[in-house]
Design a protein around this ligand. Structure first.
Ligand SMILES: [Zn+2]
Length: 470
């Protein structure tokens, strides 16, 4: 069924095309699910829905290249965790307790969460699929949700060289791969053991045989490191378009190998900032010319929108630049920052599209691309006046509540600031059931799991006193 054409009128248009063309007062027309025209004072077909974008910013739908959607069922639970606590909770103690329906509930809420925040395409890094039933449940949840999803299939409970060869898993992978309703399928696994035999090679081979890309957490302090990159490179299985998530604690040699093989890096800066994977490596990626994109990682810890990801990324990069300059002998002062707000808007849109190999379809507002469009506008918010620098507005002023309208393939999924696609009420009911079940399964640790012990801190003796003694 053809959707009604939609035109956005008189907004600041950030096209995110190669030249980063900005129209100060432009229109974007979407017909039959695709962008029909971007320009000024466009004439439109009869029956086109008109959306007044004046006072707002029109930008491409954002792209998240690594989100563990199932973990949204435990939203905010681990906000004070380190990576170690995360591994213990999900990998060793409680991840295996999730039933297929719990897995689906997480995916369903995360999907609505993504589109409501202006993220129209998400790579679901689905790494808790311990049975094929979990796999089907995760896949069906994505298929039934509004938005575009790349299903990155994984299973942390079984070795990757085993589950990737399981015929029942391969059935799901090929179903998803050949499904026009999906936006892609990937194989998600990590190389975490320093085993001389490099058994993960079999998982790389399985991906090749299925014609699927690999996404892998690489360069995670204490978990995955140069070892995995070196082995994969020597075996010739690092392919163009593969995604290395975090890539935060790698040597120059590993970055060179990622660059040489056409790999890309998914930065989850809020995650890297707080959990200990390593310093967010945008400064390193720049040195080697590696394509970067942004990601949320997991809402068991971090926020679930790319506004937060953009802000965290620009802040981390600038903080490091100043800090390293101040440490120099003699100390230096940075007078011009390198990473611009425009750069991180690019990472959140074009960067993500390039990372998943869909740059010809999404990531910019250009004629012929899919009609994934976001309007940011909030007349009730003082933060939207004045509106002067649009990239600055998007990165440092806007937030998800300012997402006024979202189109996915020309279909309106958010309108006038309200989610209008999916069934939030029924998803909430499913989540209630899941949380009730998990609380019972986790038992006594349910509360303490959220509040890890704080290491003792010693306050230094301070020689400067307000009052003199005596
Ligand atoms: Zn991750």
């Amino acid at each position: 069924m053809a959707t009604q054409p939609v035109v956005f009128r008189n907004g600041i248009v950030l096209t995110m095309d190669d030249q980063h063309t900005v129209l100060p007062k432009g229109d974007v027309l979407v017909v039959d699910g695709k962008i029909a025209e971007v320009g000024v004072g466009l004439s439109v077909p009869d029956g086109t829905k008109e959306i007044d974008a004046s006072g707002g910013i029109i930008m491409p739908g954002m792209v998240d290249t690594h989100r563990h959607m199932w973990q949204t069922a435990m939203r905010a639970y681990g906000a004070d965790w380190t990576l170690t606590q995360y591994f213990v909770w999900y990998y060793l103690q409680h991840g295996m307790k999730f039933r297929p329906e719990d897995y689906a509930a997480g995916n369903l809420i995360s999907a609505l969460d993504a589109i409501e925040g202006g993220t129209t395409t998400t790579v679901d890094w689905s790494h808790g699929l311990r049975t094929p039933d979990h796999g089907w449940a995760a896949y069906e949840a994505l298929k039934s949700s509004p938005g575009r999803f790349v299903f990155a299939y994984g299973n942390i409970h079984v070795s990757p060289w085993e589950w990737t060869k399981d015929p029942e898993v391969q059935k799901i992978l090929t179903a998803s791969r050949d499904d026009a309703a999906m936006f892609g399928t990937q194989i998600a696994f990590d190389v975490s053991d320093q085993d001389e035999q490099f058994p993960e090679l079999e998982a790389y081979r399985a991906a090749e045989e299925l014609g699927l890309r690999v996404t892998t957490h690489a360069g995670v302090w204490g978990a995955t490191n140069d070892w995995g990159i070196r082995n994969a490179y020597d075996a010739g299985v690092m392919k163009e378009g593969y995604t290395y998530v975090h890539a935060a604690s790698l040597s120059q040699d590993s970055y060179l190998k990622i660059a040489a093989t056409g790999g890309n890096v998914s930065l989850a800066t809020e995650s890297e900032d707080t959990c200990g994977q390593g310093y967010p490596p945008l400064h390193e990626l720049r040195k080697y010319g590696i394509q970067a994109s942004l990601s949320v990682d997991t809402s068991v810890w971090q926020s679930s929108d790319l506004f937060s990801a953009m802000r965290a990324t620009v802040n981390a990069d600038r903080a490091l630049e100043h800090y390293l300059a101040h440490l120099k002998e003699p100390a230096e002062t940075i007078t011009h920052v390198r990473t611009r707000v425009e750069d991180v808007v690019d990472l959140a849109t074009r960067g993500g599209a390039k990372a998943i190999g869909k740059d010809h379809l999404i990531g910019s507002l250009e004629k012929g691309k899919l009609g994934d469009v976001v309007l940011l506008k909030n007349e009730d918010s003082p933060t939207w006046a004045p509106l002067i620098n649009p990239y600055g507005q998007v990165v440092y002023q806007a937030q998800r509540g300012d997402v006024h309208t979202v189109l996915v393939g020309g279909e309106i999924v958010k309108s006038e600031g309200k989610l209008v696609a999916g069934d939030l009420k029924s998803v909430r009911a499913k989540l209630e059931n899941t949380v009730e079940y998990l609380e019972k399964e986790v038992g006594d640790e349910w509360v303490s799991g959220q509040y890890p012990e704080i290491p003792e801190a010693e306050v230094l003796f301070n020689p400067y006193q307000y009052k003199k003694e005596g």
